[in-house]
Design a protein. Sequence first.
Lengths: 113, 115
Amino acid sequence: EDQVTQSPEALRLQEGESSSLNCSYTVSGLRGLFWYRQDPGKGPEFLFTLYSAGEEKEKERLKATLTKKESFLHITAPKPEDSATYLCAVQAARGSTLGRLYFGRGTQLTVWP
Amino acid sequence: GAGVSQSPSNKVTEKGKDVELRCDPISGHTALYWYRQSLGQGLEFLIYFQGNSAPDKSGLPSDRFSAERTGGSVSTLTIQRTQQEDSAVYLCASSNRYAGANVLTFGAGSRLTVL
């Protein structure tokens, strides 16, 4: 069964304190791994898509990396506005659930000044 | 439109009543998805549409839940005889791809509270 597990569930950082969020997954062939950001009361907002092991993508203070079993979202020198829930999702390349994205429960990040 | 629109944004109903939630996807997006997000839970897949047909509706939790899409655009999720466990945020998303790696654009959600 395709699954996504994110850790930690919650993370509190001081402004400027870099860290990483983890997403481990099992899927029947990976079509894509996605990172989303969700603010309270809003829908998830797309950040990155990663397609194959070794791939990296960056956006401002965020960098996403991918291996065959997990992905990391690295946050460098975070600011309070980076506070949000970060969601990881995978899409399978094979099987009857071809078009479906499986989401993890998310990591709730709080960055305090 | 510029984004995915969902209505109502909030709905409070009594147990046993029927509710309809509406989703207006981004113009031109052929794929449309419904997810449910309960407090402290991840996004639970419900159903997706490619055009007006639903290749995968295996995530619908019971026969009280149904969804349709017309004209390859607007979709309605209907919950009959609502129960308290149906309380959640219902999120709609659309995509202009189906078979490739899907970047979903989400709406703000419809928060359903069943008393």
